[in-house]
Design a protein around this ligand. Structure first.
Ligand code: AMP
Length: 210
């Protein structure tokens, strides 16, 4: 099964991807996490990508496409994978098609811009393993500490309000057209984000199973 999680920044793609990943035993590939890791390790790619991330803009297509191509070649992807945060532009989606990668379904998580701004301010991410939490909707067992690895959970730099507005603008302009792209391929399943994350998860799993 090869899935794409689509949706605005902060819509809960990462959280839902983790739930599907656990249930189906297929890895989640988060381009955002891969890029943040590269920034932390100060690789050449990381340094170049940081300029874009800090402004809330997208990292150039060729860089991100290369990351995904390398990652999905790993053995753990042989039974499928969940792409979280990729593709984000039409050229990225076309690159997947041109490589002959047959996507099973695209799960589009819909959340209004007002809710996004609210949700993102409560979002926390583990600085060690990248697991995502939310202070209201999905708190870690011990505040500030990751359940999975014991790392510190923090507010991402690009989750600060000024950057979020730009990320939303970029989403509507560059990523939202993908809904039409995948709808034309009959692969789009829309899930409306609910107040209770468990309700959203139930709807997401239903869409995956449909
Ligand atoms: P995310 O964690 O998915 O919200 O991604 C954080 C940031 O990483 C984005 O705002 C972009 O700057 C960059 N990024 C992640 N995925 C992509 C992608 N598919 N294309 C371009 N930039 C990306």
């Amino acid at each position: 099964m090869k899935l794409i999680m689509l949706g605005a920044p902060g819509a809960g793609k990462g959280t839902q991807a983790e739930i599907i990943s656990e249930k189906y035993g297929i890895p989640t590939i988060s381009t955002g996490n891969i890029i943040r890791e590269a920034i932390k390790n100060q690789t050449e790619m990381g340094k170049a990508a940081k300029v874009f991330i800090d402004k809330g803009q997208l990292v150039p297509d060729d860089v991100v496409i290369q990351l995904v191509v390398q990652r999905i070649a790993n053995d753990d992807c042989s039974n499928g994978f969940i792409l979280d945060g990729f593709p984000r532009t039409l050229p990225q989606a076309e690159a997947l098609d041109n490589m002959g990668i047959i996507i099973s379904k695209v799960i589009d998580l819909e959340v209004s811009d007002e809710n996004i701004t609210q949700r993102i301010s409560g979002r926390r991410v583990c600085e060690v393993c990248g697991a995502s939490y939310h202070i209201n909707y999905k708190p870690s067992q011990v505040e500030g500490i990751c359940d999975k690895c014991g790392g510190k959970t923090v507010l991402r730099d690009d989750d600060k309000p000024e950057t979020v507005l730009e990320r939303l603008r970029v989403y509507h302009k560059q990523t939202e057209p993908l809904k039409e792209y995948y709808s034309a391929q009959n692969k789009l399943y829309t899930v409306y984000g609910q107040e209770d994350v468990n309700d959203t998860s139930a709807m997401t799993l239903k869409a995956v199973e449909a």
